[in-house]
Design a protein around this ligand. Structure first.
Ligand code: NDP
Ligand code: GDR
Length: 327
């Protein structure tokens, strides 16, 4: 039975990835931080079968302990301070977790593996946010990185450190440059979920307005369930490398709103939107669109849910959830 250790188990991707690995017959361990993390219940409810180990990406010895217990064949490093807007407010913490945390887990694997650092396969959750002020359209593996947020800068560090451990120690370390991926499990601070929850509340008459930031930003949005499949496929390759994972379609936040209100059967959507400067970012990433040809050719990966399907899935899930909560 293969064994996997996932950091960031309580997040959106941790839940989808552990479902996939359990389906594939893995023994799955998840790293959870804090002495009484309230999301432990969520993990137990959504993915029973995952075994939780206490640890933190900022604490090297806790990572070594987790590796000793889990004895994993594969490690997926999904843990991060992942909300871009927040990274300006806590840039040092973001650096500690999202950048130095990657070094800590790589170093823990190297120390734990003894003579053969390649025996544990490693996945790093890199991000399209590293492309920032984009230098190519669409963005691919070879596009110059130009991050625009403390989060993006931290991810660039983790990305290059992963490549460096691969080249220095022969580790099987791969980096997935994933574009935005969403789902009904997305955190409420991210724009797609903020919109799906807000639209559902407006539809059920629980509120009238949704306050947004920049409506012109464009993102390449896919479904998280598809993207964790790409992570897993990367670690099944004989050699490690880096892959862009994206749908190849881009939509603005305005189009996201139009689509979400349409799904809920509301036509006069602009009446329900306010804008507030506090939701704008000090430096914006205006346009992201990924070229996932390499993932398609080498991994045989392609997305199964399009933009309309994704927004429909999220709005319908929030309508159901709110409706049930009212009963
Ligand atoms: P989430 O924000 O949903 O989850 C982040 C996870 O990191 C949570 O489980 C959180 O734990 C954990 N975490 C935070 N701080 C620490 C720490 N100090 N030590 C250990 N774990 C910690 O993110 P997603 O699931 O959406 O994303 C997964 C990864 O992929 C992240 O690294 C993200 O940056 C990256 N990524 C995401 C994309 C997306 O569109 N979703 C696109 C590209 C990359 P807790 O619950 O305790 O806070
Ligand atoms: P992003 O996702 O920054 O791309 O990072 P987010 O959903 O937060 O923002 C997407 C775009 O929407 C604009 N926007 C708003 N965003 C939020 N959160 N709230 C608003 O009210 C709002 N109005 C407009 C933003 O300005 C931005 O342009 C996500 C995270 O999952 C990262 O961890 C990951 O690496 C990248 O995706 C790829």
């Amino acid at each position: 039975m293969p064994r996997a250790l996932i950091t960031g188990i309580t997040g959106q991707d941790g839940l989808y990835l552990s479902e996939l690995l359990l389906r594939e017959g893995y023994e799955v361990y998840g790293l959870i931080r804090g002495q009484n993390n309230p999301k432990a219940d969520l993990v137990a409810r959504e993915v029973p079968g995952v075994q939780l180990l206490t640890g933190d990406l900022t604490d090297l010895s806790s990572l070594l302990r987790a590796l000793r217990v889990a004895q994993p064949d594969e490690v997926y490093n999904l843990g991060a301070v992942s909300f871009v807007a927040y990274s300006w407010e806590q840039a040092a913490l973001t650096t500690e977790v999202t950048a130095t945390g990657v070094l800590n887990i790589l170093e823990a694997i190297r120390l734990h593996s003894g003579d053969d650092p390649s025996r544990i396969r490693f996945y790093q959750a890199s991000s399209s946010e590293m492309f920032g002020k984009v230098q190519d359209v669409p963005q691919r593996e070879s596009t110059l990185l130009w991050p625009r947020s403390p989060y993006g800068v931290a991810k660039v560090y983790g990305h290059y450190m992963t490549i460096n451990y691969r080249e220095s120690y022969g580790m099987h370390a791969s980096s997935g440059i994933l574009f935005n991926h969403e789902s009904p499990r997305r955190g409420p601070e991210f724009v797609t979920r903020k919109v799906s929850m807000g639209v559902a509340a407006i539809k059920l008459g629980l509120r009238d307005k949704l306050t947004m930031g920049n409506l012109d930003a464009r993102r390449d949005w896919g479904f998280a369930g598809d993207y964790v499949e790409a992570m897993w496929r990367m670690l099944q390759q004989p050699t490690a490398s880096d892959f862009v994972v994206a749908t190849g379609e881009t939509h603005s936040v305005r189009e996201l709103l139009e689509c979400a209100f349409r799904v809920a059967g509301i036509d006069d959507w602009e009446q329900h939107i306010d804008q507030d400067k506090s939701f704008f970012r000090p430096a914006e990433v205006d346009l992201l669109i990924g070229d996932a040809s390499r993932a398609r050719t080498v991994l045989g990966w392609k997305p199964s849910v399009d933009f309309e399907g994704l927004v429909t899935m999220m709005v319908e899930a929030d309508l159901r959830r709110l409706h049930d909560a009212q009963r």
